[in-house]
Design a protein around this ligand. Structure first.
Ligand code: GLA
Length: 390
């Protein structure tokens, strides 16, 4: 797959700018196994990178100009200058992920007494877009990785790259996301999920048991309300943290949640209960996965889905139905839950390799979206994070 993306980006670079690349980098999309909406509460998440990625072919320039060609957008190009203020592109949304990341990277380098140089970039990817699999994080991280590799920026760690990418998304693109997507894209290890402590940004790689697969099923429910509802959930979590007198809901445990509930609004209380219980489930799920205990993992994933459905209210009836179908099909040999920001998008199923064919067939037979579409199903390994694309 990367081979194809490498040749597509090389061709795009040659056609648009007339030269061959110095190097290629890649950064993957992600799927979250458990730990939803916990990242911006300083909590725990357990994502893994997937076999779908953004690849960038890079050629150094001698000046301070950046030129970008997007092979997936009709070979559209964007050009901007490092010596002028970097502002949003008036029409090309994809270009803003590049511009935003370059701007935040330049600002970060300035604090280290370092400067960026110009480059020509050609971008192509195969992360499904609009599915909640972090195609935008993979693009941002790939842009950062491109300059890190080209300029040998050893002072910029993979965690720095993730923070720079998140800043681009928050401050330039205008999406108030947490750190999970960028961090797993930058730091994933092949064959492993990563238990991330979103306060310390420490990570613990958790080996996926041999012969266990990650299946991603797209409900084909459009993720319409995701932006405004995401911000509402964030505000409710912050209100709950203020009620409990803590920096973030990470600091509340199950006992305190009930003891100090007081006159907390019922909706805000249920939002907080999702976060508090989800944090506990996520660390427990990491332990279950490490022990190869798919029965326990399945129970925790099922409880996570119920909590997202009833307390955090971010699922959708069709997605709930899809999760039911997947859970029935997998039985006690794995688990299924909605994954990502919510309000549609994908579910994740963890299951033995030997069950892939029949679970896939069961889902295909039983599920249709509200618009009567069949689900889209991908099976992925836990891929490695950003780096050279070979
Ligand atoms: C989106 C955000 C992440 C995270 C998830 C929910 O993917 O980008 O930061 O908050 O939603 O877990």
């Amino acid at each position: 797959m990367t081979d194809t993306l490498n040749s597509r980006t090389a061709d795009a670079l040659q056609t648009a700018f007339g030269h061959a690349p110095d190097l290629w980098v890649q950064a993957p999309g992600r799927v979250n196994l458990i730990g939803e909406h916990t990242d911006y509460n300083d909590g725990f998440v357990l994502p893994c990178a997937i076999d779908y990625r953004t690849v960038i072919a890079v050629k150094a320039r001698d000046d301070r100009r950046i030129r970008v060609v997007a092979a997936d957008y009709g070979h559209a190009t964007d050009t901007f200058d490092l010596d002028a203020p970097i502002t949003p592109h008036p029409t090309l949304q994809w270009a803003n992920y590049v511009r935003g990341t370059v701007k935040m990277l330049a600002e970060h380098l300035a604090t280290l007494g370092l400067t960026l140089r110009g480059a020509d970039l050609a971008v192509a990817g195969n992360v499904p877009q609009g599915a909640g699999l972090s195609s935008s994080a993979s693009l941002e991280v790939a842009v950062g990785q491109a300059f890190k590799a080209l300029l040998g920026l050893d002072a910029v760690s993979q965690t720095d790259l993730a923070l720079i990418a998140q800043r681009a998304e928050n401050r330039f693109v205008g999406v108030n996301c947490g750190i999970m997507d960028q961090l797993i894209s930058a730091r994933a290890e092949a064959g492993h999920a990563l238990l991330i402590d979103c306060r310390s940004l420490g990570g613990q790689a958790v080996h996926l048991p041999d012969a266990v697969a990650v299946m991603i099923v797209h409900s084909r429910v459009k993720r319409g309300l995701v932006g405004s509802e995401y911000n509402t959930r964030r505000a409710q979590c912050e209100a709950a943290a203020r009620h409990y007198g803590v920096a973030a809901l990470r600091d509340v445990d199950g006992e305190r949640l009930l003891r100090d509930r007081g006159d907390l609004d019922d909706v805000v209380f249920r939002r907080a209960r999702h976060i508090v219980t989800e944090n506990a489930r996520t660390t427990a799920a990491a332990a279950a996965l490490a022990a190869g205990d798919l029965v326990r993992l399945g129970e925790l994933m099922a409880a996570s889905h119920v909590s997202m459905r009833d307390d955090f209210e971010i699922t959708h009836p069709a997605v709930d139905h899809l999760v039911d179908i997947a859970q029935q099909a997998v039985g006690h040999e794995g688990g299924a839950r909605m994954t990502g920001g919510g309000f549609g998008g994908c579910i994740v199923v963890v299951l033995p390799d030997a069950r892939i064919a029949d679970v896939r067939a069961a889902i295909q037979a039983a599920y249709r979206s509200p618009d009567n579409e069949s689900p889209t199903i991908w099976v992925s390994h836990a891929a490695s994070g950003a780096g050279a694309a070979t």
